[in-house]
Write a protein that binds this ligand. Structure first.
Ligand SMILES: Nc1ncnc2c1ncn2[C@@H]1O[C@H](COP(=O)(O)OP(=O)(O)OP(=O)(O)O)[C@@H](O)[C@H]1O
Ligand SMILES: [Mg+2]
Length: 288
């Protein structure tokens, strides 16, 4: 769990006068969903962490899952990737039910996730880390004997090129700047050719410029590869600038869904971020 990042009541709104993403090209409601979540629920003791939520993600869509601390975002992610068993509902990828499958089987079906910094191998070089991921991805298809390490290096370099890291391919991961490690993590996640990529707070700990660069890069992968991405992010400026569509959780319930503009102006969203009775306009008026 992360430290609170939503402003206390009376503070500047988290989205100020931020840039809003271009209207998305996809009318996701009209597209067949890649991921279809229906009536999903999870309680921890008496705490309904995720309470009967339904949403979908289409191929080629960058969907933001936002909400205050403790809203149930990570719990939702961990049910989709199989680390947590839901109490209720259904999670289908391309029509295949994921509930009841092991995390590794879900990964094999095409659900990737970005990992935290500790999970790259600091002693290996950048390109070696991506080669490892490629070999691991191929292990689901081929035996040990059919692997060709040299070829994998070329493929790894191609992935690193996509995330702008090819010039640092032969440096150890341990010497990289934080933002560059996040790019390598993205290349590692892409090595398995996921259909859906889950990114839980991918830009945590990054400076605003790096945050925007990482999300712009992610958006490019979404567009170029038809990848579906579900991500959480606490910086509303980043969310509004890059997400195609947003869904909002509060105390385990899905309270709103729509474009950046629709969500920014949504009364229920303003209420959970600013406290009942306050509106975005009133808060904006006191912002510096
Ligand atoms: N393993 C667990 N055991 C007990 N309670 C948990 C567990 N994981 C999460 N919770 C509770 O479930 C609720 C949702 O937590 P979750 O981590 O999903 O929120 P989140 O939206 O990801 O928050 P944050 O923005 O802080 O990351 C919280 O009340 C939290 O305390
Ligand atoms: Mg979380």
């Amino acid at each position: 769990m992360s430290a609170p990042r939503t402003p206390p009541s009376g503070a500047r709104p988290p989205w100020g006068s931020s840039k809003v993403a271009e209207p998305h090209l996809l009318e996701s409601d009209a597209l067949p969903a890649l991921l279809q979540v229906q009536g999903l629920g999870k309680s921890f003791g008496g705490n309904r962490a995720v309470d009967d939520i339904s949403f979908s993600v289409a191929a080629g869509e960058l969907l933001a899952l936002i909400g205050p601390n403790g809203a149930g975002k990570s719990t939702t992610f961990n049910m989709v990737n199989g680390q947590l068993k839901p109490d209720a509902g259904s999670i289908q990828l391309d029509g295949t039910e994921l509930i009841g499958r092991k995390p590794r089987d879900i990964w094999k079906l095409g659900v990737g996730r970005t990992f935290q910094i500790a999970e790259t191998f600091a002693s290996l070089t950048v390109v070696e880390n991506v080669q490892m991921a490629l070999l691991s991805a191929d292990a689901k298809l081929y035996s040990l004997f059919t692997r060709a390490a040299g070829h994998k290096r070329d493929e790894a370099l191609a992935l690193l090129d996509q995330v702008g890291m090819v010039s640092q391919a032969d440096r150890p991961c341990s010497v990289l700047a934080y933002g560059d490690v996040k790019r390598v993590e993205l290349a590692i996640a892409m090595a398995n050719r996921p259909k859906l990529l889950l990114m839980d707070e991918p830009t945590a700990g990054m400076a605003p410029k790096e945050r925007n660069e990482l999300m712009a890069l992610t958006k490019r992968l979404v567009v170029e590869r038809g990848l579906a991405v579900l991500f959480t992010e606490h910086s509303m400026d980043v969310v509004f600038a890059h997400a195609d569509r947003l869904i909002v959780l509060a105390r385990g319930r899905l309270i709103a869904e729509g474009s950046a503009t629709e969500i920014r102006d949504h009364p229920k969203v303003q209420e959970v971020y600013f406290g009942s009775g306050k509106t975005f306009e009133k808060k904006a008026a006191v912002a510096p």
